[in-house]
Design a protein around this ligand. Sequence first.
Ligand code: COA
Length: 330
Amino acid sequence: MPINNPIGILSVGHYLPDTIIDNHHFVDRGMDTSSEWIETRSGIKTRHIVSENQSTSDLAALAGTSAINHGAVDASVLDFIIVATATPDHQGFPSTACLVQEKLGLTNIECFDVTAACSGFAYALSIAYAKITAGIGSHGLVIGAETLSRLVDWSDRRSAILFGDGAGAAIVGPVETGGFLGFDQGASGHAAGILSCIHQSNTERFNGTHQTDHIPIIHMDGQAVFKQGVQVVVESLNQLFSKQSIHASDVDYVICHQANIRILESVSKKIGVPFEKFLTNIDRVGNTSAASIPLVLSQYHHDQFSKGDIICLVGFGAGFTWSSILLEWS
Ligand code: COA
């Protein structure tokens, strides 16, 4: 049966791997860069790196457990698990979400992954909203989880410095008031080439060893991604504000995908929402792709949010994809 209550976020949680590396790490391993260059051009100071024996589903399950433990609903109410990830445990199948189900000790509920790169978590929230609104389940666990340190060539100064590992999760379900107010999402396939994974040999792994096999590695036209990112986020947020008949001054917080602090500063100026309202963790975790938005949500919600706050979540990334969500905190 379709649910009459508004649909919103009931609880959030996250997990970050124990290993933290700062910008000096790259200089120490012989890369032609400097800590100052990385911080000035990206805003990143440190990032977390997954251990050799951890997989994306491990990070996702720990974030999911954190969301379950922080919430007022029992895991038994969950009807589905969606994992947004660009770094699934297995190429093809099984989905990472099925592995998470097993690790959480749950059975039978629907599980699947979403591939929309750094927009993945926001896309997955919209799917959860649509499913619950249609009555196909009442509660869902939505997770963004990544082990991007395994998708970069650690000798490539243009990309290795940007990415980090981690996972964030949210339980979506009926709320008394507020919840999701509107969505604006899309993709431009013609820009797929500016950020993609290409099979490459002779790459360097995080542990310093060389990988001779062909493996997928991030290739990126940094400047094109920067420009495209700013453009789609600004257009999407303006669309969202217009559809929901709200003004930039009505927004209490913006949680934008954490790709580069200069992207966030540029978006802030262009949409007219002061930068103080942009919640950020990029200095501490770098770009964690699909985990980026739920990590910020989880790290800030307790001290920052009050019931009724108007929050914009906005993801953008490879595809080129984007997804903006207007949420009233419940
Ligand atoms: N250390 C030192 N120099 C570096 C460097 C590094 N880590 N990486 C690149 N450079 C060099 C370049 O080779 C270039 O040198 P050149 O002028 O001699 O050719 C110079 O710095 C300027 O490069 P440029 O690409 O113009 O720098 P930038 O200011 O655009 O910053 C990025 C590069 C990647 C940080 C920035 O473009 C960016 O963040 N883009 C978006 C990436 C992104 O968000 N990806 C994920 C999207 S979800």
